[in-house]
Ligand binder design. Structure first.
Ligand SMILES: [Zn+2]
Length: 358
């Protein structure tokens, strides 16, 4: 199968190969861990994960139109060498998250689509193109659900799990080995919480995912907003500690409640901001106060007037120019889950970190 794919990568071969579910995306002889790509969708979200088995999980799809779907397709097919998106999770119904899904589905097969479905009191609805997009199955995701990954059934190597911690403002109970576990009381941190105005938009309903591969843990909360973020960690920390924090809501200050950062204690933060969206002053201040953070990455340089000082060093920014090439950030977790390397292939940056373990 693998040989066949390499030998005849014609459009016909793609069609034929698409019938099979195995997706060879890694060299066969190299032990691989979990890879994560932050595709640049210029202030939207598109986080692509690839399991050691070559299964692909995409969280959000950027904006409508050819640009963002095209960039996701390019990374998925040319970099990852995947033929399909096995699992697509749409965190909420804003265009910078669901918008590229229909365009992407026209470019490559989408197998399972997870979202909030239709629910009582939903403040916003996706468009007709999203409702009609082609995929094998649609699944309404609920707090506590785990994606049905092939890795779950693998007997060797670190365990991989992608779990929905919260969605539609409902929070899952912490999961131990038996499905129940004790969460840590978090009184000192929670005293610092100051509520913000209620967010009536669909941001508050965002799907929150915790990805774990062995000891490695990655947190992606979509555009979850301040007061619901608080519920994840107060009065008890239901998330635990993480290694990598996708800066929520593109680094906007309606999100990234300091009680979350203080509770999760991430080592690395990756901000999916645009040149003129996200990377807000209050968020940057919170990140700078978070002592556990060793590195912060930005998809874009913040080019707004008078805000140059909010940026990290150029080396940690994937796209320096506003009119950009759509460079991505890549994170590669080692096969044993004990370390990971973040790189920006476009500028040659690469830095490795130890997984903290819990
Ligand atoms: Zn957004």
């Amino acid at each position: 199968m693998r040989q066949f794919w390499k030998a005849v990568a014609t459009p016909l071969a793609i069609l034929v190969a698409g019938i099979f579910t195995a997706a060879p995306s890694h060299a066969a002889d190299e032990a691989r861990g979990l890879d994560i790509y932050w595709v640049d969708v210029e202030g939207g979200a598109a986080t692509l994960m690839v399991t050691p088995e070559g299964e692909t999980i995409l969280v959000d799809t950027g904006n409508p139109g050819r640009r963002d779907a095209g960039r996701i397709f390019k990374v998925a097919t040319e970099v990852v060498r995947a033929r399909q998106i096995d699992h697509l999770v749409v965190t909420h119904y804003h265009r910078d998250h669901f918008g590229g899904a229909a365009d992407l589905a026209a470019l490559m097969p989408i197998r399972s689509l997870y979202d909030n479905g239709e629910f009582a009191g939903m403040p916003e609805k996706p468009d007709a193109a999203y409702g009609a997009l082609r995929c094998d199955r649609r699944v309404v995701i609920n707090p506590g659900d785990k994606l049905d990954l092939r890795r779950d059934k693998a007997s060797d190597g670190p365990k991989l799990e992608i779990r929905c911690l919260a969605t539609r403002q409902q929070i899952a109970k912490p999961a131990g080995d038996n499905g129940e576990g004790a969460a840590a009381a978090n009184e000192t941190v929670c005293k610092r919480h100051a509520a913000k105005d209620r967010d009536g938009s669909d941001n508050a309903n965002s799907v929150v995912l915790l990805v774990s591969y062995g000891d490695f843990r990655f947190f992606d909360a979509g555009d979850l907003t301040w007061n619901v973020e608080h519920k994840l960690v107060c009065p008890e920390n239901l998330v635990g500690k993480v290694d990598v924090y996708q800066t929520t809501h593109h680094g906007l200050e309606a999100s990234n409640n300091p009680v979350v950062l203080s509770s999760l204690e991430p080592t690395v933060a990756i901000m999916n901001n645009g040149a003129r969206k996200g990377c807000d002053g209050q968020t940057v201040a919170t990140l700078r106060e978070t002592k556990s953070l060793l590195a912060v990455y930005q998809l874009h340089k913040n080019v707004r007037d008078g805000q140059a000082a909010l940026n990290v060093d150029d080396e940690y920014i994937a796209n320096a120019a506003e009119k950009c090439d759509g460079n991505y950030v890549r994170l590669r977790v080692a096969a044993d889950g004990k370390s990971y390397t973040v790189s920006i292939p476009a500028n040659g940056h690469e830095r490795s970190f130890k997984t903290k373990g819990n």
